[in-house]
Design a protein around this ligand. Sequence first.
Ligand code: B12
Ligand code: SF4
Length: 480
Amino acid sequence: MTTRKPIEKVHFITTPHGLEFGRVDAAIYSTPPAAFLWLSAHLESKGIECRIQDAYTKMLDLETILKDIEDFQPDVVGLSVFTIVWYDNAYLAAKIKERFPEVLLVMGGYHVNHSYEEVLQCEAVDYCLPLEGETSLAELIECLNAGDDPQKVKGLAWRENGNLVATEPRPPLHDIMTLPRFPYHKLMDHRYVPWCFSHSPKDRFMATITSRGCPNQCVFCDIGRTEGRRFRHFTAQRVADEMEYLHTEFGVNQIEFLDALFTTNNKRVIELCGILKERGLELEWACASAIRFTDNQEMLDAMAETGCKKIFYGVESGNPAILKRVKKLTTDQVRKVIGMTKKAGILSHAAYIFGLPGDTPDTMEDTLAFAKSLNTDTASFSMAIPFKGTELYDLYKDKLISTDYREYQRSAVFKVDEYEPEYLEKMLIKAHKQYYLRIRYILSRLGKIKSWHDLWIHVRIGLGFLLGKIRYKMGSHKED
Ligand code: B12
Ligand code: SF4
């Protein structure tokens, strides 16, 4: 596995869904690939030229992606792998390697973190870079360019003479403030459409991320095990600078923070709001957080005052015993913080999961009833997915009925004594219908829609969910 010329250019590509069946499925989300911003920022500071092609959001077909690679002539192509779309990634990797055999193909991301042995069974993949990839990729390139031994680089896995070789895991980046400003200009060739804001074609949206790590330990999430439990973050000053840069340089007026828990450090958020107020920036922003880190009216008021429009909360269940079991707060604490958020004038989104450990048909009904009574501005219901690397996987690995990742978001992939797997699917459809088809809810939403464009976004997200279901029912994800 040697490269013939020095590595000077890296091409990062997001993978469209459906490629393995020779089609391109509509992208349900329109969110910029933050991982590639972080990776490119670091590599470019080392003199490596990077290109980001968000083929997933732009719904590019295979030929267009290959043509783009031909135009850029990279030495390395990097793909980021989510478990559910591993097969599309493997297909794309094989096609890239077939057309450009001299290109070094590297993969990172969530699926690679826990399943690089499986990923390396795909012959097209040269290197896997589990965990945080900035330093590992830069050091790998430096090492290969120097003709040195990759064994010296932490955080790598590859095949050598048919055997798997893995070096010591890469520890998390200690000081993320050392990263240069993100190269947002690489993503400005596409107009992203947010799910979290009322949006019209006059608005310009971009997402960014300002921290790593999460002190929580939710059973269905691996972040504590991969990014670590220590919250590492940009200073308030740096966050304000990034926002101002996006605004003045690119006319961005809507920003979503993709951080797992944006408000973990209340002091940082209050300080950020102070700076935004001082600078008088006309911006709307949104973020995700946990109930436990948002119980602060002063902070919520400051957030609202400086343009925070929506907070995404992972509520997960409406049943007290399940909440305790999955290490979440009580329903009273949830009600209190959602009330405080409403009082501040910020919209709230609550995400719920059916099929958590201990869930029964009764506790799931509790969740649905709680969701309706909480009546957040938007809500989403999903099925528990035992992704590798999570505590949920450890609990359910002997109960798995399918290891086909394509099924992971469409049907229950485990069987427990309390209900049949199909029950979860039915519950999901019932919950979305019962939540969104309430007259009270529809009337309240209609009042908040800003334009036809905005209405279309709502319809598209709803259709995306329903079409995904229908396609699955008809088995068309398996046909072509
Ligand atoms: C933003 C986000 C999205 C965006 C992604 C935008 C994009 N195109 O990248 C959108 C909304 C589109 C999205 C969709 C989905 N998401 Co999502 N998403 C997230 C979220 C909130 C943040 C991810 C992020 O940007 N992190 C910041 C970056 C800097 O970190 P990172 O991605 O880990 O990248 C670092 C390393 O992993 C590594 N790395 C990553 N990629 C690569 C590639 C190379 C070549 C290298 C060398 C290194 C490398 O280096 C990076 C820098 O250190 C996470 C939860 C979280 N808080 O992390 C969930 C999360 C990643 N999503 C998840 C899921 C399940 C999905 C969906 C499958 C949901 C669905 N049911 O449809 C889809 C899949 C979409 C797709 N692209 O195929 C799961 C992944 C679980 C898994 N095992 O795969 C997560 C962890 C949430 C969860 N806890 O369940 N998601
Ligand atoms: S709060 Fe979010 S990022 Fe943290 S462990 Fe729970 S799901 Fe994962």
